[in-house]
Ligand binder design. Structure first.
Ligand SMILES: NC(=O)c1ccc[n+]([C@@H]2O[C@H](COP(=O)([O-])OP(=O)(O)OC[C@H]3O[C@@H](n4cnc5c(N)ncnc54)[C@H](O)[C@@H]3O)[C@@H](O)[C@H]2O)c1
Length: 325
């Protein structure tokens, strides 16, 4: 994407969810947020519900997410109110669960935020379908979900798919020869990065749905302290510059609160500023510039060309369609 055509918005990098959809009315719109029971997912749900949307949190543990729903309902009741929030069972690493979830959805779906994720599992784990766990959860499960809900998204007439990727995609092109680390040595960061490249490619591939009124965009939320980092030990967090010698979070320019981290998701899900925009990658509430490997040494932001490659996107779409069938 050339700089001239890049989508810009008036919002600064650390704007909160409320700022980016201030004045937007989502009454009558139905939204689904995977992993909406924790971290930036909660703030995504909060903002969409506050704007009036009817929101479903898709979670492995609906009973645990009920306390989140109660807290959100209490908070919304203190303000001008909002749309209903409910929970539903979904395990993205289990194709049967994804199929059952998609089959049970009735009527249109206006907003699908593919937010759930797992990062840096220390050992290679494999799902019942034989898929490497990070790719299964972060990408293949979401691909199966999105495909299973295609009819519902189409029924909306103007649906938005929002896929939460990560800056970790930048160093890792998708490996079509060995996506599940069956032949090469397992590397937890390469597995995470590959799954996040696949997330961006999912949005590029989804351009075939533009005629159905469906747009799809990916994003990097920034660096937010959440449960996501639970598999990363303190020494590694220190080496990454995320925490100091005492274990305190270092508030680099990339550090965000959950409500700031969720802002780009919410912008893409609901703002009129990105209406009709599809197949792009955003961060800090703006479309990100394409960066090369050489620049990557100095520039922390941006999207890698390998994640926007239409040939790779179509090849991956074909691969994923075959394996989730
Ligand atoms: N926190 C960050 O700094 C950061 C940076 C870049 C990208 N991200 C991405 O943001 C998204 C949200 O992460 P977060 O930081 O809020 O972390 P989080 O751990 O709080 O949230 C992730 C959610 O995904 C859910 N999940 C995991 N496996 C699942 C499965 N098999 N089925 C259904 N749900 C499952 C978890 O239960 C949890 O609710 C993730 O996709 C993550 O990769 C986060």
């Amino acid at each position: 994407m050339s700089d001239q055509n890049r989508v810009t918005t008036p919002f600064h990098s650390h704007a909160t969810t409320h700022e980016v959809i201030d004045g937007v009315d989502l009454t009558g719109r139905r939204a689904l947020v995977t992993g909406g029971g924790s971290g930036i997912g909660v703030e995504t749900v909060r903002a969409l519900a506050a704007a009036g949307a009817d929101v479903t949190i898709a979670t492995r543990n609906p009973a645990a997410a009920e306390s989140v729903v109660r807290d959100l309902a209490r908070d919304l009741a203190r303000g001008p109110g909002g749309g209903p929030v409910r929970t539903a069972a979904l395990d993205l690493s289990d194709l049967e669960s994804v199929r059952a979830f998609a089959a049970s959805w009735r009527g249109p779906l206006d907003i699908l935020v593919a937010n759930a994720g797992v990062m840096a599992l220390p050992e290679r784990q494999v799902t019942a379908d034989g898929w490497e766990m990070q790719l299964a959860t972060n990408y293949l499960g979401h691909f199966a979900l999105t495909s299973g809900l295609h009819g519902n998204l189409k029924e909306s007439g103007s649906a938005r798919l929002v896929v939460v990727s990560s800056g970790a995609h930048r160093d890792v092109p998708f490996d079509f020869e060995d996506p599940h680390f069956e032949r090469r040595a397992y590397d937890r960061w390469a597995a995470y990065g590959q799954s996040k490249t696949a997330d961006v490619l999912l949005c590029v591939g989804a351009r075939i749905w533009a005629g159905d009124g469906i747009t799809a965009n990916a994003l990097n939320p920034g660096w937010i302290s959440t449960n996501l980092q639970r598999h990363v030990d303190q020494d590694t967090m220190r080496a990454m510059g995320a925490i100091d010698a005492d274990g305190e979070i270092i508030k680099t320019p990339y550090y965000k609160t959950p409500a700031q981290g969720a802002a780009t998701s919410v912008l893409l899900a609901a703002s009129p500023l990105v209406k009709g925009v599809t197949g792009r990658y955003f961060e800090d509430n703006q479309e990100a510039p394409v960066v090369t490997g050489a620049e990557d040494e100095q520039i922390v932001g941006g999207v890698a060309a390998h994640a926007l490659d239409t040939e790779a996107a179509d090849r991956l779409w074909e691969y994923a369609s075959a394996v989730v069938r």
